[in-house]
Design a protein around this ligand. Structure first.
Ligand SMILES: *Cc1c(COP(=O)(O)O)cnc(C)c1O
Length: 470
């Protein structure tokens, strides 16, 4: 199986190459050339299987043999062994035909662990085959960084640099990044927003000489392997609710569009998905795009769901590629518009295709607070502010009442204790296994919002730079 760029001007790669490359050299994102299918009988056979076994069966359809099956089986088993719930991603019922899929039982209490725990293992394997080290650089709005650092702590073949927007992540999120003491882990505070951090990372990937000199790899959700690792839980949840015999809808708290794009992939593979509901917070670029056809950046607003405080939703490019029937030229024109004027118009047939498969709703801060209180009072269930945007969107979505709707719970309330107190007067204590976090010493590097300064810092601290030097 080959992977092609959404911008059509980068060489196609195999799975391991796409895993190590992250962003394509033409600035695009990799997608498989064709979608593997899972038959209804195969979907039915997932019932009752352990999570890691379903993950293995889904992901092996994408690897094209570049990760041997026994290696992949061992990696999926190890990745989920440390989760704090036996079901890995349990479903909870919060109302008639209304469910919450808890994706936050990993080490950093957010759904990003599901993909990152596997990604780190697959990367170390791929680097072992290729030889040498890699330098991993990623931007985080809060949760990716902690998940990446936690997953790569044991890695022997990487140096990891995580950029986070200074002062715009929660204390728990920051401490998950700054308290690990391993010398190959670097948490970098950048004065700016998540979009600034993400733009710096993109600049590094587009500086080809620098990129090669440090053997740059990415772990943001632009990395195809992360998306693939998130497809599993759509299947697991849908099968628990009656798929393939019954359709299921999903509501997904959305920022960079990685998580919900995994739902699109599940649907393309044959999972009967009724609709995918995009939930945004006040940073509602995607809700506006679906309503008006115009993708138009606005200023980033700080909200109680900081991991969704985003105006450039990178993985939306993958959906645009799909919705234009894989017209790389059309994608290049839209992305050029975004670069030049901060906006583009989605052509009419593509917009209709997107609306046929997705709905989108904005949840402002008051709606989020009301959803947290209402769910607690009615269902005795506490959700974090990100998940609450999904509940708001599920309430507003137009869905046949006979179809079950699953809200993806992307973080545990304990990760956002100040927000929980302020929004709902609710206490959400950290699990005992994370009690050390609030007292451990922190290690933070401060780097200017400037690509040259960042390159200099990385060059001085990345061991792959020495290996690549003549
Ligand atoms: C990253 C994140 C999101 C957004 O996910 P995307 O894949 O970027 O759309 C939502 N909620 C939480 C808690 C997150 O960490």
């Amino acid at each position: 199986m080959r992977y092609i760029s959404t911008r059509g001007e980068a060489p196609s790669l195999d799975f391991s190459e796409a895993l190590l490359a992250g962003l394509a050299r033409d600035g695009g994102l990799y997608l498989p050339e064709t979608w593997p299918r899972v038959s209804p009988a195969e979907i039915a056979a997932y019932a009752g299987r352990p999570f890691h076994a379903v993950a293995f069966d889904i992901i092996r359809r994408f690897t094209g043999g570049t990760i041997p099956d026994p290696v992949l089986a061992a990696a999926t088993e190890a990745a989920y062994a440390g989760f704090g719930h036996q079901a890995v991603t349990p479903l909870q019922q919060i109302g008639p035909n209304r469910f919450v899929l808890e994706l936050f039982h990993g080490p950093t209490l957010a759904f990003k662990d599901v993909a990152m725990q596997l990604l780190a293992r697959l990367m170390d394997h791929a680097l072992g085959v290729r030889g040498g080290r890699a330098t991993i650089v990623g931007a985080t709005s809060g949760d990716t960084g902690g998940a990446a650092i936690e997953a790569f702590r044991a890695s022997t073949r990487t140096d990891v640099f995580i950029l986070f927007p200074d002062g715009r992540v929660s204390d728990v999120q920051r401490r998950m990044m700054t308290t690990p003491g391993e010398a190959h882990i670097h948490a970098l505070a950048i004065p700016g927003t998540f979009d600034d951090c993400q733009n710096l990372v993109k600049a590094l990937f587009n500086a080809h000489d620098f990129r090669d000199s440090i053997r740059l790899s990415g772990v943001n959700s632009i990395n195809w392997a992360r998306i693939v690792a998130q497809v599993s839980y759509y299947f697991v949840a849908a099968v628990a609710l009656g798929a393939p015999h019954r359709k299921v809808a999903f509501a997904v708290p959305t920022g960079n569009f990685g998580d919900i794009f995994a739902g699109h992939v599940a649907r393309r593979m044959g999972l009967p998905v009724e609709t995918l509901v995009i939930a945004t917070n006040s940073n509602d670029i995607l809700a506006r795009t679906l309503a008006t056809g115009r993708y138009e950046m606005a200023a980033v607003e700080a909200t109680s769901s900081p991991s969704m405080d985003i105006q450039i939703s990178s993985n939306f490019e993958r959906l645009l590629f799909e919705a234009t029937e894989r017209d790389a030229g059309a994608v290049r024109r839209m992305m050029a518009g975004l670069r030049q004027s901060g906006a583009f118009t989605v052509p009419e047939p593509a917009l209709a295709a997107i609306r046929a498969g997705f709905q989108a709703f904005r949840a402002g801060e008051e709606a989020v607070a009301a959803a947290i209180r209402e769910t607690r009072d009615r269902a005795a269930y506490l959700t974090d502010p990100h998940t609450a945007t999904g509940i708001v969107a599920a309430d507003r979505a137009a869905i046949d009442p006979a179809v079950p709707i699953v809200v993806l719970a992307t973080a545990a309330p304990a990760k956002f204790p100040e927000e929980m107190r302020a929004l709902a007067g609710a206490e959400a204590p950290l699990p005992a296994r994370l009690a050390h976090l609030m007292s451990a010493p922190e290690r933070i590097a401060r780097v200017a919002n400037d690509a040259a300064a960042l390159m200099d810092f990385i060059r001085r601290n990345a061991r792959a730079a020495e290996e690549a030097a003549p």
